[in-house]
Design a binder for this molecule. Sequence first.
Ligand code: GLY
Length: 342
Amino acid sequence: MNTVFVHASRSYEVKIGCGLLKTLGQELRKIAGGKVLIVTDENVAPLYLSEAYHSLQGAGFSVSTTSLPAGEGSKDIKYYVNLLNLLCEKNFTRSDTLIALGGGVVGDLTGFVAASYLRGIRFVQIPTTLLAMVDSSIGGKTAVNLKSGKNQVGAFHQPALVLCDIDLLSSLPPREFLCGCAEVIKTAILFDRRVFAHLQANGTDFDRTYVITRCIECKRDVVCEDEFDTGRRQLLNLGHTVAHAIEKLTDYIIPHGEAVAIGCAIFARAFASDAEQIEQLFSQFSLPLTTEFSAPTLANAALSDKKRLGDSITLVVPHCVGNCSLRTYSVEELEDIIKAGL
Ligand code: GLY
């Protein structure tokens, strides 16, 4: 098992290894007592809720559970309010803990509830998808979506503990696993040529503990330097300007990871000296590289994204694997950049 220490506005441990779900109760006992509410979804509940429940109960916690419909539709104000009301009904106080057992949707929603209920209570992330392990469960971004776009309302609220149990990945549908690989490849392009080479050499048989730990360490370093996303953390948005546009234009039918792969590939073709290698690696993981949307359509959708600052937009420019930088462009330039990479 590996442990990554995060020292942000809250310090916490991220544990990565096999068999961690059954240690949840004893790990939480080191930092909390009282009541816990496990928030999960209807795909994850039949697989892992019982183990989480019994681990917590065995460690002396008073445990309640709630399950949401699976999918992006649950990252909605309606479910946010329902969860707040549930916490009120159960008389949760600041000594109690929310547990997010699921992928990014469950983690982001539960985190936002934890950030705002009583002005902030403790929460723990148990990511059950690769994407959530390497990205959304780390760094304290929490949110729900509005009709106008993804993550339009939220807060920064760091978890108190993150347990990445590698065993949980075995139940992921192949397409969802590959979507997580898109964020892994994104992290390798940004920060780690060795991980990139390891992925080239091993494909989907990559060493789970090594790669996930490295992705978490890379993200940890960025988050600790720029927790509130005013500078360097924006590097993590590589490919995301176009990705969010594609997700919005397809009403989230194209999953986030696939949209990120397309977004990274477009920006690689527009900027990177080793675009071919980047494209090849995404292809090796059966991830898409192109979209049928035109440059003006993508640019228009992207410009309603919250990353826009007045008449300019900050983009992540991949120069080559391991070397990316933030550059500010006028909104008019975005369409030409996308056109160059389509
Ligand atoms: N997912 C990007 C970030 O946490 O900043």
